[in-house]
Design a protein around this ligand. Structure first.
Ligand code: COS
Length: 378
């Protein structure tokens, strides 16, 4: 067992940290306040080849391992969680095409996803299919060599800015979970429409939209995997995606702790910096300890993700631990700031709002417990 990061992982961390500090930090408060999708920094993430993280070089990607990808999501979230989720959901849409796509599909879709020319979306959730992801109401009916698809998806990250949509639809309702099928759909398909944009509590700069399928015609050649494989494709993508959310939670907490440390060293009460009080020091110790524990679980899950087998339990453990930890750390980071931490003058209230979603999306804390207990009791 080796806990040292590779030279490549160190280089990537340094590059993304510099980018996030220099280019994202100056706009982070503004894009949060205005709910603006940050086109300019997303373009820079394309320049830095971050959209190709999940893919090998033959498709124009960078071919780094899952741990390096987790480090990228962590470093982005340390400054702004919206950037982190924009990129990790792009990866969650991209990877299934790489794993389950035909050669033709890979040639057709992956190069544009790797360059970021096309942003990926993962369309699973519906109004009636959240935790019960198998309860898909969207329907696909086969007519010869095409499917006619109707239905709608909600809370789709990148939904209004996407180029390539990996969608999950019920094509054989009598087969239950084994009747769900995945498809790849281009943004320019006339049957794909963008509905309402959500106004959210946190991750405000990420575009979260409803995606509607209105008599959408999709050729059988754009079916991903075999008919009926959709649920397993979605679950496998979520196993990987949850590591991205765990990394996001670790980054948010790290950013919040750093902000708090800067503040408590500077803030004086009773004639000395408040950091000189042991009660404050113990809070900092608890924060640092909790962050490091969640980081280790997250890196472990990322490591497992590149090995054969099914590692759902480890990604669920990482996400559950990191998400809860991020809530605790961001709440304490505000506490350490006192009243000013509750205002928008400092970033910690944004970190708290951004942390909350890590307990919900890509599977709630409760779903993580279902996955963990299911594996332990199997
Ligand atoms: N990888 C591969 N296969 C998986 C899998 C995974 N991670 N998880 C489940 N499967 C398979 C099972 O092996 C089973 O296959 P068989 O019938 O061949 O044995 C099948 O899928 C059904 O599994 P299960 O019975 O566990 O499904 P459930 O309907 O009980 O669902 C939960 C389980 C709740 C864990 C699942 O629906 C889930 O993760 N829900 C949350 C969805 C989510 O995260 N939504 C967030 C929005 S997406 S951004």
């Amino acid at each position: 067992m080796n806990f040292s990061p590779s030279e490549e992982q160190v280089l990537i961390r340094n590059m993304v940290r510099e980018f996030a500090d220099n280019e994202i930090k100056p706009i982070a408060a503004e894009i949060d306040k205005t709910h603006r999708f940050p086109e300019e920094t997303v373009a820079r993430m394309k320049d830095l080849s971050l959209f190709g993280l999940a893919l090998p070089e033959e498709y124009g990607g960078t071919g780094v391992d899952s741990l390096a990808a987790a480090i990228v999501y962590e470093e982005l979230a340390r400054v702004d969680a919206s950037h982190s989720i924009i990129l990790s959901v792009h990866g969650m849409a991209t990877k299934p095409i790489y794993y389950f796509g035909t050669d033709e599909q890979k040639q057709k879709y992956l190069p544009d996803l790797a360059s970021g020319k096309s942003i990926g979306c993962f369309c699973l959730t519906e109004p009636g299919a959240g935790t019960d992801a198998g309860a898909q109401a969207s329907r696909g009916v086969r007519e010869g060599d095409k499917f006619i698809i109707n239905g709608s998806k909600v809370f789709i990250t990148n939904g209004s800015v996407g180029g390539t949509y990996v969608i999950f639809v019920m094509t054989q309702p009598d087969k239950g979970l084994k009747g769900i099928t995945a498809f790849i759909v281009d943004r320019d398909n006339p049957g794909l429409k963008i509905g309402q944009l959500e106004e959210k509590m946190g991750i405000c700069a990420s575009a979260t939209a409803e995606v509607i399928f209105d008599n959408m015609v999709v050729p059988v050649s754009d079916m991903l995997g075999q008919e009926g494989d959709g649920f397993k494709i979605a679950m496998r993508a979520l196993d990987a995606g949850r590591i991205g959310v765990a990394a996001q939670a670790v980054g948010i907490a790290q950013g919040a702790m750093e902000a708090a440390v800067t503040y408590i060293k500077d803030r004086k009460q009773f004639g000395k910096p408040i950091a000189a009080n042991q009660g404050i020091q113990w809070m900092v110790a608890d924060m640092a300890n909790a962050i490091e524990g969640a980081r280790l679980l997250t890196y472990q899950a990322a490591w497992y993700n590149d090995t054969p087998g099914r590692w759902s339990k480890y990604s669920a453990m990482a996400k559950l631990t990191a998400a809860r930890m991020a809530m605790d750390v961001t709440r304490d980071a505000i506490q350490l700031h006192g009243g000013i931490g509750y205002t928008r003058n400092y970033p910690v209230e944004r970190f708290l709002r951004d942390a909350k979603i890590t307990e919900i999306y890509e599977g709630t804390n409760e779903v993580m417990k279902m996955v963990i207990s299911g594996a332990v009791l199997a």
